[in-house]
Design a protein around this ligand. Sequence first.
Ligand code: NAP
Length: 463
Amino acid sequence: MTPPSPVRVAVIGAGPAGFFLADKLLSQSDVPIAVDMFERLPVPYGLVRFGVAPDHEKIKLVTRAFDKVSARAGFRYYGNVEVGTTVTLQELQQHYHAIAFTTGAQSDRRMGIPGEELAGSHAATELVAWYNGHPDYRDRQFDLSAERVAVIGVGNVAVDVARILCRSADELGRTDMADHAVEALRQSGIREVLLLGRRGPVQAAFTTPEVKELGELEHADALALPEEVALDPLSAAQFATIEDPSERRKIEVLNELATRSRTGKARCLTLRFLVSPLELVDDGTGRVGAIRVGKNRLVERDGALVAEPTGEVEEIPVGLVFRSVGYRGKPIPGLPFDERRGTVPNTQGRVTDPASGQALPGLYVAGWIKRGPSGVIGTNKPDAAETADAILTDARNEQLPVPSSSSGDAIDQLIRARQSDLVTWTDWQRINDAETTAGKTAGRPRVKLTRVTELVNASRASS
Ligand code: NAP
C-alpha cells in the first residue's frame, strides 16, 4: 500500500532525462512527491555539460530550466554519490517508493573491424568527453599530430567532432572547452578531416542545421563529392516521400557543398557517402596508417535502404580514426538488461522482467537507458513525462512498494556518513560561481574544472 504522503522517488542521474523527470513529478499537485536526485559526478547536467559541443553554447541554456527544478519544494540533490558504490540499489529500496534510472548511454558502439585496437583509433565519444572536461577522461591522451583524420559515421556526434577538429584554437579558446583540450588542439597537425557515411545523403543521420554549419566554418573548406551526393533511384524515391522541409533542405545543402572546391582555408573537411570501414591498417609501428573502405550501393531490405558492398575497395592514408557509430547503454547492477539494444527492458518507463514481461514494482527508467541513444535533448522531455506518468499512475493505484524507512532523514544521514565529499546543490552553485567567475576574466562562458578533487575543493571554497 502506498502511504498518503509523500511518495519518495530517487532519480539516478542528473542529466536532461533526470531533470525533465523530476520536473514533471514535482510540478503536479495531485500526488505529493519528494524527489532525491543522485549523481555520480560532483557536477550536474550530464550530456549538456559533457556531450554538447563547446561551440554550441546556446543549447546549454536548457540548464536554466534544470536550475528551476532544483528550486522546487521537495527536491534534494546528492552529487558525487555513485549508486552501486556509495549506496546500493537494495539500500535505496529501503528508503524510496520508486527508483528511476536516467543514467544515459555511457559506452560506445564498436565497428567490429580489424585494426580497431591500433593506437590512433578512438571512440568519438571519448574525444567528446575529453574536450568537454569530463573528469574520467581528464588524463586521456590523443596524438593529434596526424595530417588526415577519418571520422566514421554521419550522425550529429560525428559532425560535432569533425567541426571541432576544424576550428582554430582561437575559436575554441572563446568557448567553455576544457583548457587541456584547447591547448592540445592548438598544437594539432590536422589539416584534413573525412566524414565517412556507409549509406547515402538521404539516409544520413545528421540534421540539417548541423551539416549547414560545416559549410560555414571560418578556417575549413567543407566539400562533398558530386558522384556520392547524387541520388540513386531508391534514394530519390525515398526523398520524394520526405515532407519535413528541414530534412529536404539537407540534400540542398549537400548538393551545394558538392559544387565547392578548396579556397585555401587552413583545413579541409570532406563528407563522403556510400563507404564502409573494412579495416584500419597498421603503419608498421602499431599505429593507424590508413583506412580501407569498401564502396557500397543501396538496396532495399525489409523496407529499409541498406548498404551492400560493390566489391570496390579504397585505401585512404589517415593517422587518426574516430568511430562515431553510436553510444550504448551499460548494464545497471540489479536491473535486467537488453544486450542487443543496450537498454533496460521497459514498458512506458516501467522496468520489466524480460522472462515474464511483468513490471518490476518501483523500478523505472527514462532517457537513453530507456529508449536508446536517439534524439536531441528535448526528446527527453516527452520520454521522461511518460515515465513520470507511469510513476504517478502506480502511486495512485497503490502499486508502489512501501519502503521500510520513508521519512527522508535516514537516507540523508546514510549518504552523509558514507560520502564526506558529498556535493549538494548549494555546493554545486559554488563550483558554478568559481567556473563562471574565471570565465568572465577570460572572456569565456566558464573555465571548467576537470578533476573531481578540484570540483570538490571549489564546492567547499567559501563555506
Ligand atoms: P546516430 O545519430 O545514431 O548516428 C550514428 C551513425 O553511425 C549513423 O550515420 C550510422 O549509419 C553510423 N553507423 C552505425 N554503425 C556503423 C558502422 N558499423 N559502420 C559505419 N557507420 C555506422 O548517433 P550519434 O551521432 O552518436 O548521435 C546520438 C544522438 O545524439 C542522435 O540522436 C543525435 O542527433 C544526437 N545529437 C544531437 C546533437 C545536436 O543536436 N547538435 C549533437 C550530438 C548528438 P546508419 O544510419 O547507416 O546506421
